[in-house]
Ligand binder design. Structure first.
Ligand code: ZN
Length: 262
């Protein structure tokens, strides 16, 4: 028995080691992001990074797909493609993304929720749980939700409109009495434009058949898990559109708030 336990520990250690974390603490505390929110706001909807490449950098995160074709949610190493028509499929390794942020999720902070809370109350609770608003936190909220309101962006055709226009045509859905998981980040305010400052969460239900970009929710009961991240690896596209776009428009802040909501 003891030998088996030692064997099991060794296997587990190697399995984790295979992900490179123990031997590479830098990787374990970093978020890998491709492109910037500012680029997405400007209509840079085609990226050169594949889902397969993204998954080498993390097992948890969010983003979107080329042509702004729906929302991306990555959980437990699986990349889900949430389509505007409400359907969900597992993304192919060859699918490409113009914006995504992944990390290897390991829980640093965990908090049970046992009475109903609004989105505002949950995010205020997370604000109290973290030790600093100046670091990045991966946020995973699993539980029973009386309501979750999401939107899912629709596939766009070139010439691409800016995100505020594209998002105006988004499909909005409210799920009721649904079990599922919110996956995303709490990002420092100074990162606005690189990412979405504050909370950016995507939702998927337990059966992995419904979900979208979270706009609002009520959490009846569940668990909040947070992973503190102190490094950001930013991979920039070298596509023609990215290279030639003005990525610092004057009203970036208000455009992000309008496009991302929630
Ligand atoms: Zn989103």
């Amino acid at each position: 028995m003891e030998r088996f336990q030692r064997f099991a520990r060794t296997v587990l250690a190697h399995w984790n080691g295979g992900q490179g974390d123990q031997h590479d603490p830098e990787r374990a505390r970093s978020v890998y992001q491709s492109s910037t929110m500012g680029a997405l706001i400007q209509g840079v909807y085609d990226g050169d990074v594949t889902v397969g490449e993204l998954l080498k950098h993390g097992d948890f995160g969010l983003g979107t797909f080329n042509h702004l074709d729906g929302e991306m949610l990555v959980m437990d190493g699986v990349c889900y493609h949430l389509h505007a028509d409400g359907s969900v499929e597992v993304a192919s390794g060859d699918d490409r993304s113009p914006f995504a942020a992944l990390t290897r999720f390991r829980t640093d902070i965990s908090e049970k929720v046992s009475s109903p809370m609004t989105r505002q109350e949950v995010t205020a609770l997370v604000d109290r749980l973290i030790r600093s608003a100046n670091l990045i936190y991966a946020v995973k909220i699993t539980g029973l939700f009386p309501t979750v309101t999401t939107r899912t962006v629709k596939e766009q055709k070139p010439p691409y409109p800016p995100l505020t226009e594209a998002a105006a045509g988004q499909a909005e859905t409210t799920f009721t009495d649904v079990e599922g998981t919110l996956v995303g980040y709490r990002t420092p305010d100074y990162e606005q434009g690189i990412s979405v400052a504050g909370y950016h969460l995507h939702f998927i239900d337990t059966s992995h058949t419904r979900g979208g970009h979270d706009l609002d929710f009520i959490l009846d009961r569940g668990t909040i898990e947070l992973a503190e991240r102190s490094a950001l690896q930013l991979a920039l596209p070298t596509t023609e559109q990215f290279l030639s776009s003005d990525l610092t428009p004057a009203n970036l802040e208000s455009q992000i708030r309008q496009a991302e909501g929630g």
